[in-house]
Design a protein around this ligand. Sequence first.
Ligand code: ZN
Length: 414
Amino acid sequence: MPFSFKITRQDRRTKARLGIITTSHGSFQTPAFIPVATAASVRALDFQDLKNLGAEAVLANTYHLHLRPGEKIIKKFGGLHKFMGWDGPIVTDSGGFQVFSLGFGVEHNIGKMGWFPNEGERAGKDSDFPQNKNNQKPEISSEEKFAHIGHEGVSFIDPMTGKKVLLTPLLSMQIQSDLGADIIFAFDECTSPLHDESYTKDSLERTHRWAKGSLKHYNKKQALFGIVQGGLFKNLREESARFIGSLPFAGFGIGGPLGGSKKDMENILDWTIPLLPADKPAHMLGIGAVEDLFNCVEKGADMFDCAAPTKWARRGHVYISPKERGNKKNKFRINIDNAEFREDKNPIDRSCSCFTCKNHSRAYLHHLFRAKEISFFRLASMHNLQFILKLVEKIREGIKQGKFQSIKEYWIGD
Ligand SMILES: [Zn+2]
């Protein structure tokens, strides 16, 4: 398997570490932030933009690509790299999270399972889920509307065709094999913060069984990562980390709800990461907020993916560094729609070196957003992604120079 993870430096005082992951499509440094290319595209950006911003790998969503255009078409092009024109490392998720979001998430109006309330991951609707060509959902009765979780897998109604699909470890591995990403994820059930211990325990039994099924069926040329679940429960998280950590995965994802506070997330990392093999990378699924990046790196996490930077950008929320002083609630971003920016000649962030900040004022961006100009999406997405990618670069530099904690203090300290 053309995959390796080499730890190049270990921070003395924390679990933070530097590393390099090598795949047959090149390597990337860790800690790594991996932008989300949901439907084989990072919305509003092209791949030259991504390379200019410093992205070294991308993550595409199996569920979306299975529905449209379908993995068989992508396979005919020789896989995702060729189909989407990205020659660097690609990661795909298992499809489980999206299917599950369609079920419990839709039912309970939860957009993301592991949100931190202050990060507002639940904000608004952004057509994340594919609809058919008439932009209408097929007629689906309310009973069929949500995903159903069973012994074998999760069944759901394909929103494009209205047909029932049973997503199993075997199907997830077949789809991910056809997509041909370098790093793939085992099929799991992502529980919600609203699930109790008894449900989470039953769910964990499924996730563990499906982990073994994924190992059995995956294409051995790809690097398969297992996923630790267990919700907010210490005993279940530990059980999951021990079990998943004992299986021959190339790396590990930590998924599911991570609690509603910084402390909850830290606890979950403290319960799980020490039980996973230290020589394999740990990936935080769906995490990418500033504070979370620092806290997770400090606890030993190596990889992150999150759609939030570009999602926020499209809604007019652009990231700022501590120097720019956001409000207390949203310390790291401003809403460009606010009237206070109408005549603001400053860039979004004076310390940002991105194309947008080098060339445009807040006033111009405010105008583009209000005028609904398409260029706004690109300019704001470039800024937000570069902001996070540079932040992770600073974190890496900090670990290298033994200054991780002082950099964290500068960003997070009140
Ligand atoms: Zn910028």
